[in-house]
Design a protein around this ligand. Structure first.
Ligand SMILES: O=C(O)CCC(=O)C(=O)O
Ligand SMILES: [Fe+2]
Length: 799
């Protein structure tokens, strides 16, 4: 019962819940109980007359207590009775059902949550026509007996009502024909069973026994002791999961988040500044925390709830017509316009406002996030971002009973909708066991955790630091990227060095983005790599880059500009900076190579050129950052690419030429660029030397086949490669025309393609344009210009 402790806590802090009633009733399905009686066997429920008569055959005339005596007097009590030793209760659901009933009874009767109720069978009673029990009070057979629980087995009968009375009030209970009904009342209540007028009434009476889980005197008693007990229980039981249907998580919850009722600002949130009921509740909780060995802080929470909601529909005016929005002219509208006054028909019907008159259905979803909390020592607070799981939330007041600061209603949208989102700001008391304080706080704000770990390392408590650091693993994720995360990264690097434990160090450093790394981290990076080795360093770098193509929101292009500087400082640092620099360059190259391959496949020239140009700049940075071996690998790969890659290589050479000092001949980097320059020069020279297209040559390169088996692409290629054909008239159905349109567009071919909308199917008209000649001319001119630039800026060394 993971939820039990939280519920009890909420009740204990909710004053109104503490006033209980003298009696209550609960219903349960009949299959929850399997009942067997000696000499009869299992009783089929609902009970029918033949089985009931068998029961009576096994029963005796019931007696009742009068003072010290036990009497059988049918003018006071007339019913059949079977003693408990002959009854067996069971069934797969029985224990769970009964404990649920007892929980509900405890709450309804206003017993403290630290009380556990037990029910002990007392007798099975059968009332036939005319039988009854006059008003009486049950004798308390046991010191711990607090009342009676009457379980009525389902059966058809009339009359036989149970009437319970207390302090001038009386409640009448009727049994159900189909279900089990449980009526509970305090032992000091007078009660009676009215005569049965037809059929049989069958009840199982049970003594209600109360036990305190913890005697009041043990911790001084009172609500604080009860609360403290609930806290201990909450942190000892495995955390309950909302939708797991009885499969609790193996580990206990990390925290308890008790939501307060009033709103507070960051500055106005303090133990001495709480308002109304919050003040008492927080004070009680804080005392209880002390007793239970817990730490307590105050926090600010943001709550969002999504409800299934129904608008106050069917608004009728004075004459009984459905009301409309002022300018609604839709004849079929039945008032929907009121929900959607300014929307187009069918447009998204989402709007903000006050929806307090909407009727709430089911709670579909909710989300609680803590955004700020005070430090446990009371010195100020810190910004955090901590989602609160279901198993940690506790409140005496439901969100829906408070006023949201914002609401949004979304009308029915076909597959979802009719939902009302509500946002609340609530304060909270957050508690955790003192010995788990490190993890509880670290999960929310990592800076404090690292500071504490460093502290332990500084004072020589290595084992403690390691244990604590390992405890971060489950939630040490997404520590950020870029300049904002840089100080955190520095702290993490130092702790990683100090721990001397490779796996833990890797875990601590893993959740940073590569954009966090800057020259000022170089000394620590070189040190950590020297300590844990090159393989370890390669793994760490892989983590910082993250999965290829993953969008991190960080500006990688800007960071890559800093890569040559970073790698230079790394290689010069004490330790093994190259162990970090080399995989940094390799990972950067891998990502770039992938993008380069992507651009090479793009047919539209202006787009491709722009992309390739940007990539060229990046490539120059990567090459400049590379060590001799990596530089070799890169140039070999680049020289193997098709001519189109020059659209990237030339911009790379231009970028490099702007820093002649960095690419001096003779240095490994200089040699790499030299080799690329030579490669480009050879390719351009060949292009320029190609003969000019003859005036009657309309042949184009084939566009290729989209997939094997396509019967259109080969026909297109035959047209494209033909030296003489300029036009083609192609009757094609719509889908097939589309295919050809998109092939031509994607490859950006110098071919116009229009549809003549006559006959069936329409005819696709293809015409090779003058761009066949002008495009080639432009390419040639560009090649000549590039070649001239190359010869000037990258002259071949003489000799
Ligand atoms: O049968 C009942 O509902 C109540 C019986 C009763 O009051 C008793 O056994 O003391
Ligand atoms: Fe009774």
């Amino acid at each position: 019962m993971g939820q039990g402790a939280r519920k009890q806590l909420a009740e204990l802090l909710d004053d109104s819940e503490r006033r209980g009633d003298f009696s209550t009733r609960v219903e349960m399905p009949a299959h929850a109980l399997r009942i067997e009686v000696d000499g009869v066997g299992e009783l089929p429920l609902p009970l029918r007359a033949p089985v009931t008569r068998k029961l009576i055959a096994q029963a005796r005339q019931a007696r009742f207590g009068l003072g010290e005596q036990t009497l059988a007097d049918t003018s006071v009590r007339d019913t059949w009775e079977i003693t408990p030793d002959r009854i067996t209760l069971g069934g797969p659901d029985w224990q769970r059902t009964l404990s649920g009933v007892l929980d509900a009874v405890r709450t309804a009767l206003g017993l403290p949550p630290t009380t556990v109720l037990r029910a002990e069978p007392h007798a099975l009673l059968v009332y036939g026509k005319g039988q009854f029990f006059l008003p009486h009070q049950d004798s308390e057979k046991d010191d711990s007996m607090v009342g009676t629980l009457v379980v009525s087995l389902p059966s058809h009968h009339t009359g036989g009502e149970l009437v319970v009375e207390h302090a001038g009030r009386s409640i009448t209970y009727r049994a159900s024909r189909e279900r089990l009904t449980f009526a509970a009342f305090y032992a000091d209540c007078r009660h009676e069973v009215k005569p049965v007028t037809s059929g049989y009434r069958i009840t199982l009476t049970m003594n209600l026994l109360a036990e305190r889980v913890r005697p009041a005197d043990e911790t001084g008693g009172g609500p604080v002791a009860d609360l403290s007990h609930c806290l201990t229980e909450h942190f000892a039981q495995s955390a309950e999961q909302r939708y797991s249907y009885g499969h609790p998580k193996a580990t206990p919850p990390n925290r308890l988040v008790y939501l307060l009722d009033h709103e507070y600002t960051q500055r106005g949130l303090g133990w001495d500044l709480l308002k109304g009921a919050d003040a008492t509740r927080a004070a009680l909780l804080r005392q209880a925390a002390g007793q239970a060995g817990c730490e307590a802080v105050l926090a600010l929470a943001e709550v969002r709830e999504t409800w299934d909601a129904v608008p106050p529909y069917d608004r009728y005016d004075y004459y009984g017509d459905v009301e409309h929005f002022d300018d609604c002219e839709d004849e079929e509208c039945e008032g929907e316009c009121l929900l959607d006054p300014d929307g187009e028909p069918g447009a998204e019907r989402r709007r903000s406002g006050d929806f307090s008159d909407y009727e709430l259905g089911d709670l579909i979803d909710d989300e609680i996030t803590l955004g700020w909390w005070t430090r446990p020592d009371g010195n100020g607070g810190e910004q955090i971002s901590l989602p609160v799981p279901y198993a940690e939330v506790c409140a005496s007041t439901d969100n829906k009973d408070l006023t949201p600061y914002q609401s949004e209603y979304e009308g029915y949208m076909g597959n979802y909708g009719n939902t009302l989102d509500r946002w609340y700001r609530r304060a909270a008391v957050v508690l955790w066991p003192r010995q788990r304080s490190f993890a509880a706080r670290a999960e929310a704000g990592s800076e404090g955790a690292l500071r504490e770990l460093q502290g332990h390392l500084d004072t020589g408590e290595l084992e403690l630091a390691r244990t604590r650091a390992r405890s971060l693993a489950p939630f040490w994720k997404h520590q950020g990227s870029g300049a904002a995360a840089a100080p955190l990264f520095t702290a993490a690097l130092r702790v990683a060095v100090g721990l001397g434990e490779a796996d833990t160090a890797a875990m601590l450093l893993a959740p940073f983005g590569v954009e966090t790394l800057s020259e000022r981290h170089a000394p620590d990076l070189a040190e950590v790599a020297a300590q844990y080795g090159r393989t370890w360093a390669r793994g760490a770098v892989g983590n910082w880059f993250g999965p290829v193509g993953a969008y991190t929101g960080a500006d990688r292009a800007t960071w890559l500009e800093s890569l040559p500087g970073l790698c230079a400082v790394l290689r010069a640092a004490d330790g093994d900076g190259d162990a970090v620099a080399t995989p940094l360059v390799e990972e950067a190259w891998q990502a770039t190579e992938e993008r380069l391959t992507g651009w090479l496949g793009i047919g539209r020239e202006p787009e491709r050129r722009a992309g390739m140009e940007r990539l060229g700049t990046t490539l120059a940075h990567i090459l400049r950052a590379a060590g001799p071996e990596t530089a070799d690998t890169l140039t070999t790969a680049l020289r193997g690419l098709p001519d189109t890659a020059l659209e990237c290589l030339l911009p790379a050479l231009r970028t490099a030429a702007r820093r002649p000092a960095a690419v001096r001949d003779g240095t490994p980097v200089g040699r790499a660029f030299r080799s690329l320059a030579d490669h480009c020069e050879a390719r351009l020279t060949a292009a320029v030397a190609r003969p000019v297209r003859a005036a009657d040559d309309w042949s184009l390169a084939p566009a290729g086949t989209c997939r094997s088996g396509c019967d259109l692409c080969p026909d297109l290629d035959a047209f494209l490669t033909s030296r003489t054909r300029r036009d083609m008239e192609w009757p094609l159905a719509k889908d097939r025309r589309h295919h050809i349109h998109s092939r031509i567009d994607l490859a950006d071919l110098p071919v116009s393609h229009t549809t003549r909308r006559q006959g069936r199917p329409y005819t696709l008209v293809l015409t090779k344009t003058n761009a066949v000649f002008t495009g080639e001319q432009a390419t040639r001119v560009r090649a000549e210009t590039d070649l001239a630039w190359l010869r000037e800026k990258w002259p071949r060394p003489r000799g």
